[in-house]
Design a binder for this molecule. Structure first.
Ligand code: MG
Length: 486
C-alpha cells in the first residue's frame, strides 16, 4: 500500500475495478468529503512536474546550506515535502544526464554518452535514438498532456526535438546557452562581460525558431511564465511538465528585477530568479486547487562548473564539481513536493534522476518498457513512507568508462580525472581503488581502502557483474530490473 497514512486520499487497485491490471495503486480516489448520494469516487492521475536546473551545485540552495543565496520557495518545498540528500544525476555533464532522466537508462545504454564527446554541439548531427522510449512517451500513452520547456540538448535537428519524442509542445533553447559563440575570445573571458549577442542561440517554439539570438536576460522569467501557462491550460487533465532551465549554466543572465538582488552576485541573482519561478508554479497549482494532485520534483543535471569561479556554483561540502565523478559532480540538491501526499522528511537514502522514470510510471499508471534493460527504480516506497529505497548502488561514468561505484555508504574510485576545463586531462587509475565512507566523510577526504578490504572485494564484484551485464546479459538484466521493481 503506497498511500500516506495521513493522506485525505485513500486509493488502491481494489477500489478501482475498472482499471487495467497494470494501473498501480497510486491512482488517487477522492473519497472523503463526498456525501453518500453523490456519484462514485473519481479516479485521478496526478500531475507530474520536473524542474531541472543546469549546473546548479549541491550547496547552492538556502535549504542545502548556502549562506547568501535566498531560495524561500525551494526552502518551503523542502520543509513541506522531502529533501533528498543522496540523490544523483546519472552523468556529470548535460547531454547524458538529460538522456538518463528521460529514458530511465544509463547513458552508456541509451546512446547519449559518447567516448569522444561529452555533450552534443550545434554542429552535431546525432541525437536521442528513435528506439528509446522517453518518459514523455510513456506518460502520453497513459493519457497525459506533455510539455517540454527549456533546454533540450538531446539533438537539435527536427527528428530529435522534444515534439518528436513524446512532448506535445516545446519552448526553449535546444542546447547549452554558451554555444553558437559569435566572438573569438574564450568563453571564460566572455562570461565576465556577457552580452546576449555573444551567443547566437536560437529560441524554438515547437520546431520553429522564434528568436535568435534568444534574449537570455529574460529567459528564466519566460520559461517560468510558459510553465504556468501550460499548467493553467491543462488544469482539468493530468499533465507532465519538464521544465529544464538553461541557467545557472554560464553565461549568466538575470532579468532587471533580479539583477543585483543577491549577496552572492550574479550567480545568486540567477538562482533567486529560478526560485521565484518555482514559487509562481507552486502558487498556480494552489490557486487552481490542484496542488494536492501534483507532484513537483526539483533537481539539477550535474554539479557546479567550478573553473568559472564566481560564475559557477558550489557543491557545498562535497568534493569537486561538474565533469568529475566525485560527489560534487553528480550529487544534486533534490526536493520532492506533493502537498498532503508525501511523508515530510529529510531522506538520506539513495535516489537518482534515473529513478524518476519508474517512479512516475508507477504513480501515473504508465508502462515501463519491458523489452530493454532499465536502470530505474521505483522510489514510491520512500515517498509514501512504506519502505526503503530500492536503490542500493550507483555507477559513476565519465564518457563511456566506469570510474566509480557506490554501494551502500561506501564509494570506490577506480579511475579519477581532474575537473572538466575544456583542456585535455589525464586519467589516474587506482589499484586498489580509493575508498570513502560517504556517511562519515561526505567530502571524500579520507581514503579508508586499507581498513576495508572486504568492502573493496564486494564493490569490485558489483562492478564486475555490472560490466558483464553491460556486455552480455540483456535478457538477464531486463529480468533483474523487472524483479527490482516488484
Ligand atoms: Mg549541466
Amino acid at each position: 500500500m503506497l498511500a500516506n497514512r495521513n493522506s485525505p486520499f485513500r486509493f488502491g487497485a481494489a477500489l478501482l475495478p475498472g482499471l487495467p491490471r497494470s494501473a498501480p495503486a497510486l491512482l488517487l480516489v477522492l473519497t472523503l468529503s463526498l456525501p453518500a448520494c453523490q456519484s462514485p469516487p473519481e479516479a485521478v492521475q496526478p500531475n507530474l512536474i520536473v524542474i531541472f536546473c543546469d549546473d546548479l551545485g549541491y550547496g547552492d540552495l538556502g535549504s542545502f546550506g548556502h549562506p547568501t543565496i535566498r531560495t524561500p520557495n525551494l526552502d518551503r518545498m523542502a520543509r513541506e515535502g522531502q529533501k533528498w540528500t543522496h540523490f544523483y544525476s546519472a552523468a556529470s555533464v548535460c547531454t547524458p544526464s538529460r538522456a538518463a532522466l528521460l529514458t530511465g537508462r544509463l547513458p552508456v545504454r541509451n546512446g547519449m554518452m559518447s567516448p569522444k564527446h561529452r555533450v552534443l554541439f550545434p554542429d552535431s548531427t546525432s541525437g536521442i535514438p528513435e528506439a528509446e522510449v522517453t518518459l514523455a512517451e510513456a506518460l502520453r500513452d497513459a493519457g497525459y498532456a506533455t510539455a517540454c520547456v527549456g533546454k533540450w540538448h538531446l539533438g537539435h535537428l527536427p527528428r530529435f526535438l522534444p515534439t518528436n519524442h513524446g512532448f506535445d509542445s516545446y519552448f526553449g533553447i535546444p542546447y547549452s546557452n554558451d554555444m553558437d559563440q559569435t566572438r573569438k575570445e574564450s568563453t571564460r573571458e566572455l562570461v565576465k562581460t556577457a552580452r546576449v549577442e555573444y551567443w547566437n542561440v536560437p529560441l524554438l517554439r515547437d520546431g520553429e525558431v522564434v528568436e535568435r539570438p534568444a534574449d537570455q536576460r529574460t529567459i528564466t522569467r519566460r520559461y517560468s511564465e510558459e510553465a504556468v501557462r501550460f499548467i493553467r491550460k491543462n488544469r482539468e487533465r493530468p499533465f507532465f511538465l519538464y521544465l529544464a532551465h538553461n541557467l545557472p549554466h554560464v553565461p549568466l543572465f538575470a532579468s532587471e528585477d533580479f539583477l543585483g538582488a543577491s549577496k552572492r552576485g550574479l550567480y545568486g541573482d540567477v538562482v533567486e530568479e529560478i526560485d521565484h519561478g518555482v514559487g509562481q508554479i507552486m502558487q498556480a497549482l494552489t490557486d487552481l486547487g490542484i496542488a494536492e494532485r501534483s507532484l513537483v520534483v526539483f533537481t539539477s543535471d550535474n554539479g557546479p562548473w567550478l573553473p568559472y569561479k564566481e560564475h559557477g556554483g558550489s557543491a557545498g561540502l562535497l568534493r569537486d564539481g561538474k565533469g568529475t565523478t566525485w560527489e560534487g559532480g553528480m550529487r544534486e540538491p533534490t526536493i520532492f513536493w506533493w502537498p498532503g501526499q508525501l511523508e515530510s522528511a529529510v531522506v538520506m537514502e539513495m535516489g537518482s534522476t534515473l529513478d524518476l522514470f519508474s517512479t512516475f510510471c508507477e504513480i501515473a499508471g504508465a508502462e515501463v518498457p519491458s523489452d530493454r534493460i532499465m536502470d530505474s527504480y521505483d522510489l514510491s516506497p520512500v515517498l509514501f513512507g512504506s519502505g526503503e529505497s530500492p536503490r542500493r548502488s550507483m555507477f559513476f561514468y565519465r564518457e563511456s568508462k566506469l570510474y566509480a561505484v557506490r554501494q551502500g555508504e561506501f564509494k570506490a574510485h577506480f579511475i579519477t580525472k581532474p575537473v572538466y576545463t575544456g583542456r585535455p586531462e589525464t586519467e589516474t587509475h587506482h589499484d586498489p581503488p580509493l575508498l570513502y565512507h560517504l556517511g562519515r566523510d561526505p567530502g571524500e577526504q579520507y581514503d579508508v581502502a586499507r581498513l576495508h578490504p572486504d568492502v573493496i572485494e564486494s564493490i569490485e564484484k558489483l562492478a564486475a557483474d555490472h560490466r558483464s551485464d553491460m556486455v552480455l546479459g540483456a535478457d538477464r538484466l531486463a529480468q533483474r530490473s523487472t524483479d527490482a521493481r516488484r
